[in-house]
Design a protein around this ligand. Structure first.
Ligand code: PLP
Length: 460
């Protein structure tokens, strides 16, 4: 069976096509109305000035008829692209049965739970329990922290610089983004930040040859030092690849050392797989690539495969000492998401979607490799279908924020929707659907390379 990329279903959703200036007149009208009525905190349409009328597979269409390749995919949510026909069928069937079920057991939830547990490595499958959270990654992060605080009786948490865990009070407190936290007084206390293995800009200022994963060593020394200032924490929370932080895959030695240390000191290790999970890096969860076993896994974004919200934590049974009602929420029983999620797992297995992630990832690595010759490109990095191009000013090495925004705009005008993130927004990011075809990757990479070379001229 070949990959079921529904972009094939219609000719209009097969190639990017941008005819009007952006925003086109109909998009502009909706953007204006949005600006009048919606919050100042809105984000994406500020630098991607389009409205979205409809979408299919790897493509979306604005109301003016422009067609774009969508490599933002709802911030990594749409793992099988927009409106995958089999997921639509599963959701439609469920819609007529039951949509909302609080935390009652239902056949849809049972099938979803079974599917999720079946994707865990054999050693973890029987040890893990599932908690259904309010349907955002941030709420699941909150649940994970509460679980560990209750189980250990401790109150501090270790997080990593550059990390992102969500926008609620607790998740924001665990995230590196100072700009977001600063205006909010009385944030959640007890979070200690340590450096992450971001070797393109070493947080310790070391050159790789003198490193030996000293950032993990710093955490180790602080936690072992009675004068280190950090009480034994309830949890260490870690992303295997910092997504919002700029697509930074953690070094293997770093992750393994953090795991060894936390195990030795009996600190639960939470891996935040909200962005890396559900196949994004080529294994179901990214921690599998590192040969470690976490105590808690946080998953959300791509669980349903079609953008219906659902969030869970999977955790070691020994932590399951919290009381009934310890973490509740009205929207924990989204039956449509459960139906889609179980079907998504079936499709991902049947179509060897993870194999496609590997192959398309290799294709992207190859297609973007020549960018390393551009003096504005500090690093091209990624894993599976999570890629970033970090831009730095060749004159002083500082983050090239404005050029990154210009690249995003130039790519949009050529028909490719991409994200910008990382420290000071200097990383151009792509998150293609996991079932994206080689042709679409080829077109998108050509656009991206062209946009970068146009906005960051080699002669500068
Ligand atoms: C790693 C990670 N954790 C948590 C979150 C928060 O998820 P949500 O926006 O659904 O609350 C995100 C969102 O981008 C994320 O990338």
């Amino acid at each position: 069976m070949s990959l079921a990329d529904p972009s094939a279903k219609s000719d209009i959703f097969a190639h990017p096509f941008v005819e009007s200036d952006l925003p086109g007149p109909l998009s502009a009208e909706l953007l204006d109305r949005q600006a009048l009525r919606e919050s100042n905190a809105r984000t994406y349409p500020r630098r991607l000035p389009i409205a979205i009328a409809e979408a299919s597979g790897s493509f979306l269409r604005d109301p003016d008829g422009n067609i774009f390749i969508d490599f933002l995919t709802g911030a990594g949510v749409l793992s099988l692209g927009h409106n995958h026909p089999e997921l639509v069928r599963a959701v439609t069937a469920q819609l007529n049965r039951l949509t909302h079920g609080l935390d009652f057991p239902t056949p849809a939830k049972d099938a979803f739970t079974e599917a999720q547990l079946s994707m865990l490595p054999a050693g973890l499958r029987d040890r893990m329990k599932v908690h259904f959270c309010g349907p955002t990654g941030g709420d699941a992060v909150d649940a994970a922290i509460k679980l560990c605080k209750i189980a250990t009786g401790r109150g501090d948490v270790v997080a990593f610089q550059g990390g992102f865990h969500g926008s609620g009070h607790a998740a924001m407190a665990l995230s590196g983004l100072v700009r977001q936290k600063q205006p909010v007084v009385n944030g959640v206390p007890g979070v200690h930040f340590f450096p992450y293995s971001y070797c393109a800009r070493c947080p310790l200022g070391l050159v790789p040859s003198t490193c030996d994963t000293n950032c993990a060593g710093q955490l180790e020394r602080a936690l072992r030092d009675g004068n280190g200032g950090v009480p034994l924490p309830a949890a260490v929370i870690l992303e295997m690849v910092q997504g919002e932080g700029g697509v930074i895959p953690a070094r293997r030695a770093f992750v393994r050392r953090v795991r060894e240390l936390t195990r030795e000191l009996d600190i639960p290790l939470i891996v935040d797989e909200v962005q890396t999970g559900c196949g994004r890096t080529g294994t179901w969860f990214a921690f599998e690539r590192y040969g470690i076993e976490p105590d808690v896994i946080v998953a959300s974004k791509a669980l349903s495969g079609i953008g219906l919200p659902v969030a869970i934590i999977l955790y070691d049974r020994r932590l399951d000492v919290w009381a009934p009602g310890a973490h509740i929420g009205t929207f924990r029983g989204n039956q449509l998401a459960f139906a889609a999620g179980a079907e998504a797992v079936r499709i991902i297995r049947r179509d060897d979607v993870l194999g496609n992630v590997h192959r398309r990832g290799e294709q992207i690595a190859e297609r973007l490799a020549p960018l390393s010759g551009n003096p504005w490109v500090r690093e091209v990095r990624g894993v599976g279908l999570m890629w970033g191009v970090e831009l730095a000013d060749p004159r002083d090495g500082g983050p090239a924020t404005e050029p990154a925004y210009r690249v995003q705009g130039a790519a949009l005008r050529r028909g490719l929707v991409i994200e910008v993130g990382g420290r000071a927004d200097c990383v151009v990011r792509i998150l293609p659907p996991l079932n994206v075809t080689a042709d679409v990757v080829e077109t998108a990479c050509s656009i991206l390379v062209e946009a970068i070379n146009a906005c960051c001229p080699v002669a500068a």
